[in-house]
Design a binder for this molecule. Structure first.
Ligand SMILES: [Zn+2]
Length: 275
């Protein structure tokens, strides 16, 4: 993949427009939208080849965001698992925030986990089964040994992100079931128990995928649709709010308040699932 001339922490024209509208939304909002807000990160502190979207945030930005979350946001900080359980029991008041990572970048262990551990923030990492056995780029992704190390970090939970990272909604029933079985078996082997949560690769999810994911034994499913989760949300269809390299603390605060939640309308109209 060729490297982009534009730095990943420079917002794309679309991202700039989204931010402009979010600022206008934020002007009239006085407090964060109530419910469970699940944050979605990918890489932290690594230069990811071909990252024109800005999925890798710097460790400095990440640390600033976590500090703001703990000290200034006024939100409760929960693990995805306990947050979803408390939400379902209607025990959450105000806004609770959970931190998640997709893809299983190695830097979650080396760069993000020390920050999270320092601030006592729980987090969930969704890993791709086949990447662990044979990382496509050894430098970038966790292998089985570093996965075990990550799983031993206090307050860390490991979830699944498919076995091959293919969009699940594009797979036949049979291939989809194999994919889910393979990642559950692999993680059970390395960690002693199958994962309870899955994040849908490429955000590709529909009713059929949810039914089969449930039948495979998963209890939680994380989508890429932005928004805050209310008690009536389907636990296998949780919304998440993605953070990008171009987000400063102001954008981070705006995303937690819900200033970007309107973007879901655009996401539902057009979701670029690869073939
Ligand atoms: Zn992914």
């Amino acid at each position: 993949m060729t490297r982009m001339a534009v730095a990943p922490d420079t917002p794309t024209p679309v991202q700039r427009w989204v931010r402009r509208i979010a600022r206008m939304v934020g002007v009239v909002r006085t407090r964060p939208r109530a419910g469970l807000r699940v944050l979605l990160y990918h890489a932290v502190g690594t230069d990811v080849p071909g990252d024109r979207y800005g999925m890798s945030v710097t460790q400095r930005a990440f640390a600033d965001q976590m500090q703001w979350l703990r000290d200034e946001s006024g939100c409760a900080i929960v693990s995805l698992e306990s947050g979803a359980a408390r939400l379902a029991r209607r025990e959450l008041t105000g806004t609770a925030v959970a931190v998640t990572f997709d893809d299983g970048y190695r830097d979650v262990l080396s760069q993000a986990a020390p920050v999270l551990d320092r601030y006592g923030i729980p987090f969930t990492v969704f890993v791709v089964g086949s990447y662990l056995e044979r990382p496509p780029t050894a430098r970038l992704f966790l292998d089985t040994e570093s996965l075990r190390e990550l799983a031993a970090v206090p307050n860390a939970t490991i979830g699944a992100h498919g076995y091959t990272h293919r969009p699940l909604s594009r797979l036949s029933d049979e291939v989809l079931d194999d994919e889910l079985r393979a990642v559950r078996q692999g993680l059970a082997e390395h960690l002693g128990a199958p994962p309870s949560g899955i994040a849908y690769p490429h955000g590709a999810v529909d009713r059929r995928v949810i039914d089969r994911v449930k039948a495979a034994g998963f209890q939680l499913g994380a989508t890429s649709f932005v928004g805050v989760n209310q008690p009536n949300v389907l636990p296998l269809s949780l919304r998440r709010t993605e953070l990008l390299a171009s987000d400063g603390v102001n954008e981070f605060a705006g995303k937690i308040r819900g200033d970007y939640d309107w973007y879901q309308v655009r996401q539902r109209l057009y979701w670029p699932v690869p073939a």
